[in-house]
Design a protein around this ligand. Structure first.
Ligand SMILES: C[C@](O)(CO)[C@H](O)COP(=O)(O)OP(=O)(O)OC[C@H]1O[C@@H](n2ccc(N)nc2=O)[C@H](O)[C@@H]1O
Ligand SMILES: Nc1ncnc2c1ncn2[C@@H]1O[C@H](COP(=O)(O)OP(=O)(O)OP(=O)(O)O)[C@@H](O)[C@H]1O
Length: 282
């Protein structure tokens, strides 16, 4: 049954990222811009006769009970009392710990898909509340539109930046997000920017100096990409990317870098393919 199959969980890029303060609980207050790309994990569901949530495709290094897809489905069961089970299959294509938000996107896709397929009728607001408990990047994937984000990433304002072709390099390392947020030399008091500053190209990523220092492979990837375009870091990395208006140019740059790096060409999207999949049900 195709409505249970091929639910996309796209990657995001942080087009800018500023750290403007810290909450009393230690979490950092950010300003960031999220845009999706057409590079995605894919999720498939199968109903079970009991009420268990089972992951048929466990990820290396992630106990199934900790997997964000399983946690998302169980959160829906707890919230609504629904007594249905599901087997989840995850085609993992996005690198983990890459700053592409793959785990958060998987969680959001499970929330949106099962809310619809189980007929739970939860509002978007209710889904966003469940989502932010699973991770700060989950809400934007639920909303499914490119956004200027504040707070820890949950206060979202839609934006429509250009949708270029991106060359994304995947350095062979995972960045420990918590360690980078905890670095002593991280800038934590950037002056707040405005959306117009971002649109004028004035904002970078405050994690850049710390990640360059701690992860030489990310530093090397940025240097290689700089020979072809303007390199940027997504989230806390490890992935770095550059934007090109033309697909051909992006493909040529990717080909030049492919000897040394894992490379992906992907189109920027201001609307998540998850919204299109959901619309097909209606
Ligand atoms: C860097 C971004 O990807 C930008 O989109 C996100 O802010 C990361 O958010 P996230 O995926 O929810 O991060 P997690 O991997 O859950 O957080 C790991 C750790 O990073 C720190 N952390 C995370 C987000 C935040 N706004 N402030 C923090 O200080 C916390 O110590 C947290 O325990
Ligand atoms: N379904 C999942 N997919 C990927 N990672 C998961 C999943 N469930 C749990 N995790 C855990 O979450 C960690 C972060 O994964 P993710 O792919 O979201 O990283 P990321 O791209 O750096 O995300 P972000 O940009 O939100 O920091 C992984 O290292 C893994 O331990």
């Amino acid at each position: 049954m195709t409505e249970l199959e091929n639910w996309p969980a796209p990657a995001k890029l942080n087009l800018m990222l500023r750290i403007v303060g810290r909450r009393p609980d230690g979490y950092h207050l950010l300003q960031t811009v999220f845009q999706f790309v057409d590079w995605a994990d894919s999720l498939h569901f199968r109903w079970r006769d009991d009420d268990q949530v089972v992951l048929a495709t466990p990820l290396p290094g992630v106990p199934p009970d900790r997997d964000l897809t399983v946690r998302a489905a169980r959160a829906l069961q707890r919230l609504t009392g629904v007594r249905r089970g599901v087997e989840i299959r995850l085609d993992k294509r996005l690198p983990m710990g890459g700053g592409l938000g793959g785990g958060s996107s998987d969680a959001a896709t499970v929330l949106v898909a099962l809310n619809a397929l189980w007929g739970l009728g939860l509002s978007e607001t209710a889904l966003l509340e469940v989502g932010v408990e699973l991770g700060a990047d989950v809400p934007v994937f639920i909303k499914g539109v490119a956004a200027w984000a504040e707070g820890v990433g949950e206060r979202l304002t839609p934006v429509e930046p250009p949708q270029p072709w991106y060359v994304i390099l995947v350095p062979p390392c995972e960045v420990a997000t918590a360690a980078v947020f905890g670095a002593e030399d991280l800038t934590r008091n950037s002056p707040p920017a405005k959306i117009s500053d971002f649109l004028a190209g004035l904002c970078g990523n405050d994690f850049l100096p710390v990640v360059r220092r701690l992860y030489p492979q990310v530093d090397a990837a940025l240097a290689d990409l700089a020979r072809h375009g303007q390199p940027r870091l997504t989230g806390t990395g490890a992935c770095v990317y550059a934007a090109f208006p033309e697909r051909d140019r992006a493909e040529a740059v990717a080909a030049a870098l492919a000897r040394r790096w894992r490379v992906q060409v992907a189109r920027g999207l201001n609307r998540s393919p998850l919204l299109d999949k959901l619309a097909q049900l209606r």
